[in-house]
Design a protein around this ligand. Structure first.
Ligand SMILES: *Cc1c(COP(=O)(O)O)cnc(C)c1O
Ligand code: SF4
Length: 338
């Protein structure tokens, strides 16, 4: 018998790669990338599902999926205007794990765990362990929702709420049924894209049984992320009653071209997902190398609008601390016409 440790990595049970050396070896990358990868991973660890790695091109350090997950030297460069809490999450906390930021909607930080660690993520410095709703069970969240009849939509965010077990999710939605004024459940998750196996029979059974309107907002940034298992997972979520939307982040080197953005919209629609938001990067320390300036973002968005049907053009937005909603990023002539 062969010892488990001598088996090639793809045969081991752990569905994640967390060791930069293993990732570089799996993709035939230059070992010179390793030292900076280890250094940057000390700040925010590497984590990527094996199935997502399988969609990357071998030997290409500029692969648009790899760039989203490989820690690198650029993250260690301090940049002016880039901070550790760019969207003001810590300031807007209403109860532990309940961030009530938008009219009619309550955002619940269900868990800090994610299937993937996206290098550009604004939560890379977020103190999840203190903020997760589940530290005290769902009761404080339910009580807070119960007390505010203006809330019609509960948004599960994180981290990634599908990191929770089906049992935990069921507990929440069972308790939510006592809150009469909540009509919609929205789930923000990258699992359908980065680890579609999570959308299994148990999860689908749970979702189909939730007697609320359901919206699942996935997060894909590049057409190469969307393969057959992803399309299957999305189709199953739709069959379970969810409306599917996508949010993406405009990322230098990943999707900052009209061709890449158009291909992403087309690939999403083929998976029954409508493009919803295209975010400008949150100015989080360690992600400055992904920044696309507003002028260029607007040019890209204008060209995309000229090329695609309106329903395939995501709204270009940015998050502004203290604002009651996402801010549309507008052309200067649109602004002067306000
Ligand atoms: C922006 C945002 C929301 C709410 O915004 P909508 O305009 O209602 O889509 C909820 N959750 C997260 C994580 C967001 O970034
Ligand atoms: S999955 Fe979402 S919350 Fe998690 S690291 Fe990626 S962008 Fe951040």
């Amino acid at each position: 018998m062969i010892a488990a440790t001598s088996l090639p990595s793809q045969f081991r049970n752990d569905p994640y790669i967390t060791d930069p050396a293993e990732l570089c070896a799996a993709l035939d990358l230059d070992p010179a990338l390793l030292e900076p990868a280890f250094a940057a991973a000390r700040e925010f660890p590497l984590r990527v599902p094996r199935g997502y790695v399988a969609r990357m091109r071998r030997g290409d350090p500029r692969d648009p999926l790899l760039l989203q997950v490989l820690p690198g030297a650029a993250e260690l460069v301090a940049a002016a205007d880039f901070t550790t809490d760019p969207v003001g999450d810590l300031a807007s906390s209403a109860a532990p794990g309940l961030l009530h930021k938008y009219a009619g909607r309550a955002l619940v930080v269900a868990t800090g765990a994610c299937a993937v660690h996206c290098r550009y993520c604004f939560r890379r410095h977020f103190p999840y362990s203190e903020q997760s709703a589940l530290r005290q069970g769902w009761q404080p969240v339910i009580a807070r929702l119960q007390a505010d009849a203006s809330i019609h939509e509960v948004i599960l965010s994180g981290g990634d709420p599908l990191s929770l077990s089906d049992r935990r999710l069921t507990q929440l939605t069972d308790e939510l049924q006592a809150v009469r004024h909540v009509r919609r459940l929205r789930i923000h998750t990258r699992y359908p894209v980065v680890q579609p196996e999570r959308i299994d029979a148990g999860l689908l059974k749970w979702l189909a049984g939730v007697p609320l309107q359901k919206v699942v907002v996935i997060h894909a940034n590049h057409a190469n992320e969307i393969d057959e298992p992803v399309r299957r997972a999305c189709a199953e979520l739709a069959t379970a009653g969810a409306t599917l939307l996508n949010q993406s982040v405009l990322l230098a080197g990943v999707n900052d071209s009209v061709a890449a953005l158009a291909q992403l919209s087309e690939a999403l629609f083929a998976a029954r997902v409508l493009p919803y938001y295209l975010h400008l990067l949150d100015k989080v320390q360690g992600a400055a190398h992904f920044d696309v300036d507003e002028r260029r973002a607007l040019d890209l968005h204008r060209e995309l609008t000229a090329r695609l049907p309106g329903y395939l053009v995501p709204r270009l937005v940015r998050e502004v601390v203290g604002a009651p909603a996402k801010m549309a990023v507008l052309d200067s002539h649109e602004r002067s016409g306000e």
